[in-house]
Design a protein around this ligand. Structure first.
Ligand code: CMC
Length: 393
């Protein structure tokens, strides 16, 4: 009983007020705290954008230096947590490891449970953003049986991640400025995207007053699926399966067939019905990175470009307003950087952590905030006569 709107998938339900991210899906606009994504992606480092999302304004030089210093203080993880990895099978998916390890952080920082104190909330935000590169890189190191590399705090956020991924104790790894720059940009493009499934999950989990580390672990779980952040991994698998340009029409046909569950991965978006502005910057970055690495003839890029061209001229995709999304080109860049496919979604999680913690705090600080509690349409059986166990047929 009681009146409510039935809206599965929340296609028309606003769940909160927010000042962080603005999207106009019809016009293909994305802005963070008023700044166009294009300006941020092309001119900022990731930590500048993290500061912007958390604090509401871009930092000046002194503020940025102080913020970088704060972040550097939190890059290490507890040695017990390093041991925690040993409990996983080596062939575990790194996203499974990430869910577990990030959730386990809540067992290390007892101050994080008292979320009524703004200082505690801020420190939890800093810890999460700063530790994520370490946690993600270690998930990879663990999977290949190499020793963990500890963070080097004179490196930038992206450099540090690449260093912990690729350096070994026997061989130092010189982080290429081109790759570091591209990585900063990709992280910025993934930093926040208002009330998507994983962010809504973080807010819903947090609305009960739960520990922030546990809430972010819930966000990671939601991000993992192929309809959301898992799409970057799925795109690369799809492009590899297509393999050559001549096989594209066959896959496009499959994607249009309503009796076939196959979808073109990296296409379509709940909100963007014109284009995804992140995809445009991503495609540009992809070409630049591949050219600088001297692999511009990478066959998968050719398949991607041709697939995009064919889909954009196809009635079905035009009519349903399906365009490449942020995940379409990112995987090709990651692969060219030497990042294994199973790590792609971990990178998304790493970047999105900033958005998640910014949105989590905004929710806690919102005077209208209540526990999230959707309603349901009950469609089950209602009134049955109880039968004792002995008498049931
Ligand atoms: N390929 C073929 N058909 C599609 C696709 C696609 N990628 N996406 C949507 N459609 C069709 C769908 O079959 C439906 O057709 P009909 O109206 O005839 O039933 C129509 O377009 C609308 O799709 P929907 O599933 O109702 O739309 P949605 O807003 O619920 O889903 C989406 C959005 C992103 C989940 C979906 O487009 C999709 O599954 N895309 C592929 C996965 C992907 O790339 N996800 C990444 C999203 S962006 C970044 C992120 O969040 O991680």
């Amino acid at each position: 009983t009681g009146m409510f709107t039935y809206d599965p998938g929340f296609t028309s339900t606003g769940s909160c007020e927010s000042k962080i991210t603005y999207i106009d899906g019809d016009a293909g606009v994305l802005r963070h705290r008023g700044y166009a994504i294009d300006d941020l992606a092309k001119n900022c480092d990731f930590l500048e954008v993290a500061y912007l999302l958390l604090r509401g304004e871009l930092p000046n030089k002194a503020e940025l230096t102080a913020f970088e210093g704060t972040m550097a203080r939190h890059t290490m993880v507890h040695e017990q947590l390093a041991k925690f990895y040993q409990g996983f099978r080596r062939d575990a998916h790194p996203m499974a490891v990430m869910c577990g390890v990030v959730g386990a952080l809540s067992a290390f920082y007892h101050d994080s449970t008292d979320i009524s104190d703004p200082y505690n909330r801020m420190v939890s935000q800093h810890r999460l953003i700063a530790k994520m590169p370490t946690i993600a890189a270690w998930a990879y190191k663990y999977s290949i049986g190499q020793p963990f590399m500890y963070p080097k705090n004179d490196l930038s956020y992206a450099e540090n991640f690449l260093y912990m991924m690729f350096a070994t104790p026997c061989e130092d790894y010189k982080v290429s400025p081109t790759l570091a720059r591209a990585m900063e940009r990709i992280l910025i493009l993934h930093a926040d995207h208002e009330q998507n499934a994983s962010t809504s999950t973080v807010r819903l989990a947090g609305s009960s007053g739960a520990n922030p580390f546990a809430c972010i672990a819930a966000g990671i779980a939601s991000l993992w699926g192929p309809a959301h952040g898992g799409a970057n991994e799925a795109v690369l698998k799809m492009l590899s399966e297509i393999g050559t340009v001549d096989r594209i029409p066959e896959f496009v046909k499959k994607a249009k067939d309503k009796n076939d569950p196959f979808r073109l991965m990296g296409f379509g978006h709940r909100v963007y019905k014109n284009y995804d502005p992140r995809a445009t910057i991503m495609a540009e970055t992809c070409r630049e990175v591949l050219a600088e690495l001297g692999v511009e003839n990478e066959p998968l890029l050719q398949v991607a470009v041709e697939l995009e061209r064919i889909a954009r001229e196809d009635e079905y995709f035009i009519e349903k307003k399906l365009y490449p999304n942020v995940d379409f080109y990112s995987g090709i860049i990651f692969r060219a950087m030497g990042i294994p496919v199973s790590m792609f979604t971990c990178l998304f999680a790493l970047a999105r952590t900033t958005g998640w913690v910014a949105q989590w705090s905004e929710m806690i600080e919102d005077p209208h905030q209540k526990i999230g509690r959707p309603r349901q349409l009950f469609t089950g059986e209602f009134d049955k006569t109880f039968v004792a166990l002995d008498e049931r047929k």
